[in-house]
Ligand binder design. Structure first.
Ligand code: ATP
Length: 267
């Protein structure tokens, strides 16, 4: 039963594309609950339906069967105006508008809403730009002149423009070099704590998974086969999990000591 701390509740979800002989089942009997303050990493092999699941949560697509409840309301009601006040989405490649400068990209959803005077929209966008670790002088740059790490920061500022309590991240560190990736994880961790966000991220990257997630849910065989801490999930007996956590990077990530910043502080 959902309570006030349940941010997302997915019950008996099925997603079937096509019909008849060409019907293709992506999800079947999928259950998932996400609670306030979690950073849930959604992992699974290619084509297991992670992106489709994010799209259901955003209300962009509807499942064939079952329910997706986000912040107490059916996800389908999220689409359209005001959606970005409830859920922020960071797309894999940033998806910035190439014809708009940084500040106009960040301000986009708030400006479209038309409820604030333009000068105030600019001010709010500037606050988000700083929040994402960018400088005032970056405001007038065009997307083509930004590094990969800066594009992610602009996209993050844009996702947070309306102060949504829920943030969805699709491969947040994909395409970044290890240093930029670490920096971006650190920023996400700080913002999660400072803004009290609930985060769901799709990631293939083990370092990102270990650096950020408070829980991992594994998508395989059309549903969530297990969830728990990365260490708990790694013990689950399934070919995908063996493959995912195997190898040098997996062992290195598993051997990392817990992040001291995540531990409770003594008074
Ligand atoms: N609109 C659609 N119509 C038909 N099939 C679709 C549609 N959207 C997604 N699919 C199929 O659903 C399956 C799951 O796609 P999805 O993009 O969610 O996978 P994923 O887990 O995100 O994969 P990856 O890790 O490779 O990005 C794929 O086989 C994809 O081709």
């Amino acid at each position: 039963m959902a309570d006030a701390d349940t941010i997302i509740e997915i019950r008996d979800l099925a997603t079937v594309f096509g019909q008849g002989d060409s019907a293709f089942t992506v999800h079947d009997q999928l259950q998932l609950t996400v609670r306030r303050g979690e950073i849930l990493a959604l992992v699974g092999g290619s084509g297991t339906g992670k992106t489709v699941l994010l799209r259901h949560i955003l209300g962009l697509t509807r499942p064939t069967r079952g329910s997706v409840t986000v912040l107490g309301r059916p996800a389908a009601e999220l689409g359209g105006e005001g959606a970005s006040a409830r859920v922020g989405m960071l797309f894999q490649h940033g998806a910035l508008y190439s014809a708009f400068n940084v500040l106009d990209n960040i301000a986009f959803a708030l400006r479209e809403l038309g409820t604030l005077p333009p000068a105030l929209v600019q001010d709010v966008a500037m606050v988000k730009l700083r929040l994402a670790g960018l400088k005032a002088e970056h405001a007038t740059r065009m997307p083509a002149d930004l590094s990969g790490g800066m594009i992610k920061r602009v996209a993050l500022a844009r996702a947070l423009i309306m102060d949504p309590p829920l943030l969805l991240l699709d491969e947040p560190t994909a395409g970044l070099d290890p240093f930029s990736s670490d920096e971006f994880c650190e920023l996400l961790r700080e913002l999660h704590a400072a803004l009290g966000l609930t985060v769901i991220m799709v990631t293939h990257d083990l370092d990102t998974l270990f650096a950020l997630s408070t829980r991992v849910a594994v998508l395989a065989d059309r549903h969530v086969i297990t969830s728990g801490t990365a260490q708990q999930v790694a013990q689950f007996d399934h070919p995908f999990i063996h493959h995912y956590f195997a190898g040098e990077r997996g062992r290195r990530a598993m051997a990392q000591p817990p992040d001291p910043a995540a531990a409770p502080q003594e008074a």
